[in-house]
Design a protein around this ligand. Structure first.
Ligand code: M6R
Length: 367
């Protein structure tokens, strides 16, 4: 049931604070800054022996994997590869028992992700799935499953399942860092505190974002194309924002690493091209600002999502959406939500079938 919401997608967007809370609640001890993830089925010895991590997934789940690469390499110091499952399954895999393979799938039934998982199991690698559906096919085959507790997701566009995958991957990062001793316990405590704060922040911001995104959507409802830009751990969120928009509103959209602009896409910029960039005040802030200034110089229509209190971005952009300042590592989760709402509002104004977009199925069980 939609509980008064016009679409399942909107309901699921608004369920995110609760879904995120459910995903981390039983796994952290906020008082002592400790994590506990026995469901991984990995001993401390297994974890200390990991030489490489391979993440594989499709669609939005692949975007979650791309964010996790930044977190894991930064905080655990293990090299991470990210593969699209349909690519992974048709190339030579150099796996062995010291590789941890992590398939990520909301449904647990995606054909390519399952096939890739089976190859990984055969190679002798350790395989731990991140999945939302209890007892789904993948969970019956892998060594362990870290469940996202997002609850059933009906809308074809992944929303709460995606942000909960990010939460699960963040917990996994902190846990591996804890066992391998790669992060000071004080730092881990700070990160856990910020994670605990996140549902509160989202709950508070959601109604305002909904209104702001409705206004933005009115202005851009007729656009033919859209470019999403970001850098660092937020770059995959540019991909996710573009995927959301194209799948439910049928507007052509691309996500790009902002630094790649000058290697091609900048040729597309003119007065009709909306460019949305994520510019939170983090380590690559100056770089992204320099990139979007180039968009402005070419008269692109610039929308910036950045930090509340940033006095600079308002001067460059046609539209600014201010988001609260949180732990930078968690920005990928925070910045996803207004992009979901933007896609939703645009699709709604265009009269699209938001929950059941054309040509798409909720789970892709054929190759
Ligand atoms: O169930 P899965 O997570 O394996 O599904 C993967 C993709 O099919 C899925 O994320 C798809 O891209 C969504 N429609 C995105 O909104």
């Amino acid at each position: 049931e939609k509980s008064g919401y016009t679409h399942f997608m909107l309901k699921e967007i608004f369920e995110q604070p609760q879904a995120i809370l459910n995903t981390f609640r039983s796994r952290i001890d906020p008082e002592h800054g400790q994590l506990c993830l026995p469901e991984l089925g990995l001993s401390d010895r297994d974890i200390k022996g990991i030489g490489r991590i391979v993440l594989l997934a499709c669609g939005s789940s692949w975007h979650a994997a791309l964010v996790a690469k930044y977190w894991l390499e930064q905080w655990v110091g293990i090299p991470v590869e990210v593969d699209i499952a349909s690519e992974f399954r048709y190339r030579r895999l150099l796996l062995d028992k010291n590789v941890l393979v992590i398939p990520i799938t909301q449904s647990g039934e995606t054909a390519d992700t399952l096939a890739g998982t089976r190859l990984a199991l055969k190679s002798g690698a350790k395989v731990v799935a991140i999945c939302n559906v209890l007892g789904s096919t993948i969970t019956r085959e892998v060594h362990g499953t870290l469940y996202t507790h997002a609850g059933p997701e009906i809308g074809v566009a992944s929303t709460k399942a995606f942000t909960c995958q990010l939460v699960a991957l963040f917990l996994l990062t902190l846990y591996l860092a804890q066992v391998r001793g790669t992060m000071a316990s004080r730092e881990r405590l700070t990160m856990i505190e910020s994670l605990v704060e996140l549902p509160v922040v989202l709950e508070r911001e959601l109604p305002g974002w909904q209104e702001e995104m409705e206004r933005l959507a009115e202005e851009f409802v007729k656009s033919r194309d859209f470019l999403f830009l970001a850098r660092g751990e937020n770059f995959p969120i540019a991909l996710e924002g573009a995927l959301k928009l194209k799948e439910i509103s049928y507007i052509h959209a691309e996500g790009y690493a902002a630094g790649e602009m000058k290697h091609g896409p900048i040729a597309l910029i003119d007065r009709d091209m909306p460019v949305l960039a994520l510019v939170p005040q983090n380590g690559v802030y100056d770089k992204v600002v320099a990139n979007v200034e180039e968009v402005k110089a070419r008269h692109g229509r610039l929308i910036l999502l950045g930090s509340r209190g940033d006095a600079n971005i308002g001067r460059i952009a046609d539209h600014v959406v201010y988001l609260p300042v949180i732990l930078p590592d968690l920005n990928p989760i925070l910045y996803t939500v207004p992009l979901q709402l933007l896609a939703y509002q645009v699709a709604r104004l265009r009269g699209c079938d938001v929950d059941q977009p054309r040509n798409l199925a909720k789970s892709v069980t054929v190759e």
